[in-house]
Design a protein around this ligand. Structure first.
Ligand SMILES: [Fe+2]
Ligand SMILES: [Fe+2]
Length: 168
């Protein structure tokens, strides 16, 4: 074997291994993505709230169109709703790192539902009453009572999940 070729297969194999490692590491980094800045996280949160609202709104609009007998318009609203939910919201949620382990998701849900039940809806009910908006005040009060059941159900699920996974 000529001298210039000696050790070459080894060098080539090493170079290939390094390339493969960098490629796989790069794939992992791009899949996980760098954590967005605080400002971008806030924009992602606003965007997700908008997409979630657009999804629910489009489905209500679709129901209305269907009841009016306009199935073509209903389908337009339903297809748009799917894009908001399964593409826009899902992609933003991935960037924001919204979904964690089951235990983390349950803790996030418990915090959100508890805030709605104990703070947000009672506050909205008081404000609506103060403004003379009785129907809204009653609805907010009733929804607050519904919301209060959700953290309990999630807490029970968290106990079960932690037992199963040993997660803390
Ligand atoms: Fe959208
Ligand atoms: Fe809820």
């Amino acid at each position: 074997m000529p001298a210039w070729l000696q050790g070459k297969p080894l060098r080539l194999a090493a170079a290939a291994a390094i390339c493969l490692f960098m490629f796989l590491a790069g794939e992992r980094v791009s899949a996980r993505g760098a954590a967005p800045s605080k400002a971008t996280q806030e924009d992602l949160s606003k965007a997700m709230h908008g997409e979630a609202f657009a999804y629910a709104q489009s489905l209500l609009f679709a129901d209305h169109a269907r009841r009016q007998g306009d199935t073509e318009l209903a389908a337009l609203f339903e297809n748009t709703a799917k894009t908001e939910r399964f593409e826009h919201f899902a992609e933003e949620a991935r960037l924001a790192g919204l979904v964690g382990s089951d235990a983390e998701n349950l803790r996030t849900a418990i915090a959100g539902e508890s805030y709605e039940a104990a703070t947000m809806y009672p506050g909205f009910a008081r404000a609506a009453r103060a403004h003379g908006d009785r129907a809204a005040a009653e609805r907010f009060t009733e929804i607050a009572q519904d919301e209060a059941k959700h953290p309990d159900a999630f807490r029970a699920a968290l106990v079960r999940v932690e037992k199963k996974t040993g997660a803390r």
